[in-house]
Design a protein around this ligand. Structure first.
Ligand SMILES: NC(=O)c1ccc[n+]([C@@H]2O[C@H](COP(=O)([O-])OP(=O)(O)OC[C@H]3O[C@@H](n4cnc5c(N)ncnc54)[C@H](O)[C@@H]3O)[C@@H](O)[C@H]2O)c1
Length: 250
C-alpha cells in the first residue's frame, strides 16, 4: 500500500507557473504541503506571484526552450532545495494558424517551447527520479492532439500530439523505477488563451460544442495534475487525462 504520509513536502517544479494553469497548479501543490519551483520566462509576473505565495515557492525566470538556461535553472534548484520529485511541463505557447499561414519560424518556435522544453527538463530531472525510485511527470497536452485542433493551429496541435507520444515513451521506460509519466488534455480553460485568442463567434460556437455548457476553470485542471502527482496515483502511467466537459469522447 502506498504510504500516504509521503503525500506532502515533495518538491514540485512547475513551468509556465506565472500563467493561469501554472499558477493554479502551484497553489494546489502548496495547499497540499509541497514546495514549488515556479519556472517561467516572464520575470515580472513570476516575482509578483512568488511574493504572494511565500517561502515555499522559489521563482526562476528562464526560457524552457534554451538548453543552457534550463541547465542553469535546474542547478539553481539543486542548490536551493535538491532534486525534484514532481515535474509539471506546463509552459506552452498557442497559435491558431493553420498550415498555409504557419511560417517555418513559428513552427520551430512552438515546437521549441512546447516540446523541446519538456524534453530538456526531463533530461535534467529523470536520472535523480530513477535513482530514488519515485517520480511524477505530468505534461500539459491539449484536446487539440485528439481532435486535430478545432480552433488551434497546425504547429500547436502537432506539438501537443508529440508531447503525448513523448509521455508514452517516458511512461514505458520509467514504470519499473517508480516514476510515472502522464498528461492532461484540457479543452478551453477560462484563461487568456481562450478569452483573448478566440473571436466572439469562435467562443460562442465552441461553447455550443461543450456538453457541460461552460469553459473549464484553471483550478479544475490543477486538481487533475495534483491527483496524477499524488502517492495513490502510482499505478497510473501513460495516461492522457481528458478535461474537456464532454467536447471530445474517446
Ligand atoms: N488555456 C487553455 O484553454 C488550454 C487548453 C489546453 C491546453 N493548454 C495548455 O496549458 C498550458 C498553460 O496554458 P495557460 O492557459 O495557463 O497559458 P498562459 O499563457 O496563461 O501561461 C503560459 C505560461 O508559459 C510561460 N511561457 C511561455 N513560453 C515560455 C518559455 N519559452 N519558457 C518559460 N515559460 C514560458 C508564459 O510566460 C506564461 O506565463 C499550455 O501548455 C497550454 O498549451 C491550455
Amino acid at each position: 500500500m502506498p504510504d500516504q504520509s509521503k503525500n506532502k513536502n515533495r518538491l514540485a517544479f512547475v513551468t509556465g507557473a506565472a500563467g493561469a494553469l501554472g499558477a493554479a497548479t502551484a497553489r494546489a501543490f502548496l495547499a497540499q504541503g509541497h514546495r514549488v519551483v515556479l519556472a517561467d520566462s516572464n520575470a515580472a509576473a513570476l516575482d509578483a506571484l512568488a511574493t504572494e505565495l511565500g517561502t515555499n515557492a522559489f521563482p526562476l525566470a528562464f526560457d524552457v526552450s534554451d538548453e543552457a538556461q534550463v541547465k542553469a535553472a535546474c542547478d539553481a534548484t539543486r542548490q536551493h532545495w535538491g532534486s525534484v520529485d514532481i515535474l509539471v511541463n506546463n509552459a506552452g505557447i498557442l497559435s491558431n494558424n493553420k498550415i498555409a499561414e504557419t511560417t517555418p519560424e513559428e513552427w520551430r518556435r512552438i515546437l521549441a517551447v512546447n516540446l523541446d522544453g519538456p524534453f530538456l527538463l526531463c533530461r535534467q530531472w529523470v536520472p535523480a527520479m530513477r535513482e530514488r525510485r519515485w517520480g511524477r511527470i505530468i505534461n500539459m497536452c491539449s484536446v487539440a492532439m485528439k481532435t486535430g485542433g478545432l480552433t488551434a493551429g497546425t504547429a500547436y496541435t502537432t506539438s501537443k500530439g508529440a508531447l503525448g507520444a513523448f509521455t508514452f515513451s517516458l511512461a514505458r521506460e520509467l514504470a519499473p523505477f517508480g516514476v510515472t509519466a502522464n498528461g492532461v488534455a484540457p479543452a478551453y480553460v477560462r484563461t487568456k488563451m481562450v478569452t483573448e485568442q478566440l473571436s466572439e463567434e469562435q467562443r460562442q460556437q465552441t461553447l455550443r460544442g461543450i456538453p457541460v455548457g461552460r469553459f473549464s476553470e484553471p483550478e479544475e485542471v490543477a486538481h487533475a495534475v495534483a491527483f496524477l502527482a499524488s502517492e495513490l496515483a502510482g499505478f497510473i502511467t501513460g495516461e492522457i487525462l481528458d478535461i474537456n466537459g464532454g467536447l471530445h469522447l474517446d
